[in-house]
Design a protein around this ligand. Structure first.
Ligand code: ITT
Length: 202
């Protein structure tokens, strides 16, 4: 990515390279972002709380306290209506600690069995720490859960999620197509709008 010297640089407090790639697609070249590994930082950040907001804050505060650098994090969950909002904040470990995406999907499909209500939504919360001040942004993508996984692109629950207005799962879409619908892009839009106002760029 080409960066100019006046571009705002933010550490993205994540170990998930898919998130970094998607956030770059969403943000374009308005700000420069670097994931933890790209920044040479080695953190395993716990997600001990019961809300996406608190977990996102935990991640950004951990990195800010350790580095003093402007940074942001995000926490994302999949809320399934039939399961009263589960797996939600437990999305990453739905099938147990350290579980694979395939195991999480498998548990989700078994829990839903042949339920006719397949409504669900991805929710993303971004926590930004800029010059010591904390800000929160949200993005939601409504959609539905398929009966079988479809597609190989993306990550996490993408093979079983079809956003409203599409007939493909996220895992059957190109990064640009996912970006049209994505919870992450919507939260990133809020972040960019805020930075355009406060930093007066573009
Ligand atoms: P960091 O905490 O390091 O940012 P993570 O992969 O642990 O990365 P989350 O806790 O936010 O990220 O992810 C919660 C779960 O939701 C996890 O299983 C992800 O694979 C999944 N997930 C997050 N965003 C997703 C997306 O856009 N599509 C499909 N699944 C997603």
């Amino acid at each position: 990515m080409i960066m100019n010297s006046s571009m705002l640089q933010l550490v993205f407090a994540t170990n998930n390279q898919h998130k970094v790639d998607e956030m770059r697609t969403a943000i374009g070249n308005f700000i420069g972002i670097m994931g933890l590994k790209e920044s040479g930082l080695n953190f395993e950040i716990p997600e001990p709380h019961n809300t996406l907001e608190k977990n996102a804050l935990e991640k950004s505060r951990t990195v800010y306290v350790a580095t003093g650098k402007n940074c942001f994090s995000e926490d994302t969950g999949l809320a399934v209506h039939f399961l009263n909002g589960e797996p939600g904040v437990r999305s990453a470990r739905y099938a147990g600690p350290g579980s694979s995406a395939a195991a999480n999907i498998d548990r989700l499909l078994r829990q839903m069995a042949d339920s006719r209500n397949r409504d669900a939504e991805f929710r993303t919360v971004i926590s930004l720490i800029l010059e010591g001040n904390e800000f929160i942004f949200h993005g939601i993508c409504p959609g539905s859960i398929t009966r079988q996984p479809r597609g190989n692109a993306g990550f996490g629950y993408d093979p079983v999620f079809v956003p409203n207005g599409a007939d493909k799962t996220f895992a059957e879409m190109s990064p640009e197509e996912k970006n049209i619908f994505s919870h992450r892009r919507k939260a990133a839009d809020e972040l960019v709008r805020f930075l355009q106002i406060t930093h007066g760029k573009n």
